[in-house]
Ligand binder design. Structure first.
Ligand SMILES: [Zn+2]
Length: 93
C-alpha cells in the first residue's frame, strides 16, 4: 500500500488534533475553580485548561459559562476562584 505526501500530512494533522483535544485536557496542566453562580448563588466546580482555546487567550481569565443549576449564562473570573494548582511541569506564565 502506497501513501502519498498529502495523505501522510493529513494523518499527522489528524493525530495532532487528537492530542490537543483528548490528551491535553486529561493529562496536561489543568485547574479547578470553585465558582458561585450570581443568579442562584449555588457553587460548582469548573475544570479548565490554561490557554487551551482561542477565546481563553483573548479573554484571559474570564469565561462565559452556563450554570449547571439554573442554566443561565454568566461571566466568571476563573483565575480568582482557582482552588487547585497544576502539577509542577514546566509552568510558563
Ligand atoms: Zn445558577
Amino acid at each position: 500500500m502506497q501513501i502519498d505526501v498529502i495523505s501522510a500530512l493529513f494523518i499527522v494533522v489528524a493525530i495532532g488534533f487528537l492530542i490537543i483535544f483528548y490528551v491535553l485536557p486529561r493529562y496536561g496542566p489543568h485547574y479547578t475553580s470553585r465558582l458561585t453562580c450570581p443568579n442562584c448563588r449555588k457553587s460548582f466546580n469548573f475544570h479548565w485548561i490554561p490557554g487551551a482555546t482561542l477565546t481563553s487567550l483573548i479573554r484571559r481569565n474570564y469565561r462565559v459559562l452556563k450554570c449547571p443549576y439554573c442554566h443561565i449564562k454568566s461571566t466568571f473570573d476563573i483565575a480568582a476562584t482557582r482552588v487547585s494548582v497544576p502539577k509542577k511541569t514546566k509552568v510558563k506564565t
